[in-house]
Write a protein that binds this ligand. Structure first.
Ligand code: NAP
Length: 266
């Protein structure tokens, strides 16, 4: 392991695509070793090879795990322990959405979304925090969303899971203030990744007027998140336009937000 690296072991969930792959790439120069997790192991291996090729001395471990399954999570934790891998940076990025009316949603998909967005994220924090506290050193990046800041019809459960992530991260950050562990909630607006494909039901497409204007590149989301972590922030809304949107939402009374959101519903 590289003793001078900022992080001895960085664990990134959902590293097979989108923001997770970008987090892995941008954190890689600061890491002695990395653990990449997602279900599509072949994608993780391709990224691991690329990162090891680019950064001499970096060792990347890949684990194909369905994080919705508590059994698979527990087996994964045991395998990490048996390899002596103890993350001092945890990026809880894996997440999914579901677009459409709640009443007609598929329960299996809703359950998976809650398992992944909330249970798996919380379980990973619970698993890796004690060692960080013992070392008085560590960082947790929880990927939330701008969606955490308001109720979103046709995206109701997703927005609620992200409200959980933001609230949990804020409280954790206060609990850990004296333990040398930074906690950051990343709250992006829309980003072009595989997220939209996974979230939509069949061929349906939810066309929100003006939405395209709010898209931010994955690269910018991640670089601003790393900056926020390094400067000790607790929450970041990457890009100026998403920060302004968050400020506007926070300043709007709930009765007005309800009216605005009612007009976005299909
Ligand atoms: N894209 C956006 O507009 C946007 C906006 C705000 C917040 N976010 C948040 O950003 C995070 C990353 O999303 P993304 O946009 O990068 O989406 P993405 O391209 O769909 O990537 C999602 C990642 O999560 C992994 N994943 C999904 N289900 C999993 C499971 N059961 N077990 C393990 N890994 C699983 C996927 O890998 P496998 O399929 O290989 O398992 C993939 O690596 C999510 O938390 C999302 O809520 C996204």
């Amino acid at each position: 392991m590289l003793a001078e690296a900022k992080y001895q072991c960085a664990l990134v969930t959902g590293a097979s695509a989108g923001l997770g792959a970008e987090f892995a790439s941008q954190f890689a120069p600061d890491c002695a070793s990395m653990v990449l997790v997602a279900r599509r192991g072949e994608r993780l291996l391709a990224l691991a090879n690329e990162l090891e090729g680019r950064h001499s001395g970096l060792k990347v471990y890949c684990f194909a795990v369905d994080l919705c399954s508590i059994d698979q999570r527990q087996k994964f934790f045991s395998r990490l322990k048996s390899k002596g891998l103890q993350p001092d940076l945890l990026v809880n990025n894996a997440g999914m959405g579901d677009v459409g009316a709640f009443a007609s949603s598929d329960w299996g998909k809703i359950q998976s979304m809650m398992d992944l967005n909330m249970d798996a994220l919380t379980h990973c924090c619970h698993q890796f925090l004690p060692a960080m506290i013992a070392e008085q050193k560590g960082a947790i990046v929880n990927v939330s969303s701008l969606a955490a800041t308001l109720p979103i019809p046709d995206f109701a459960v997703y927005a609620a899971t992200k409200a959980y992530v933001s609230s949990f991260s804020e409280a954790l950050s206060i609990e850990l203030a004296d333990h040398g562990v930074n906690v950051l909630a990343v709250c992006p607006g829309p980003v072009h990744t595989e997220f939209g494909e996974t979230a939509k039901r069949g061929e349906q497409d939810r066309n929100v007027p003006g939405r395209e204007y709010f898209y931010v590149e994955a690269q910018q989301v991640v670089s601003e998140s790393i900056w926020a972590l390094e400067t000790g922030r607790t929450r970041v809304f990457p890009s100026l336009k998403i920060t302004l949107a968050a400020v506007l939402i926070a300043a709007t009374p709930l009765f007005l937000l309800r009216k605005v959101m009612a007009n976005t519903s299909s």
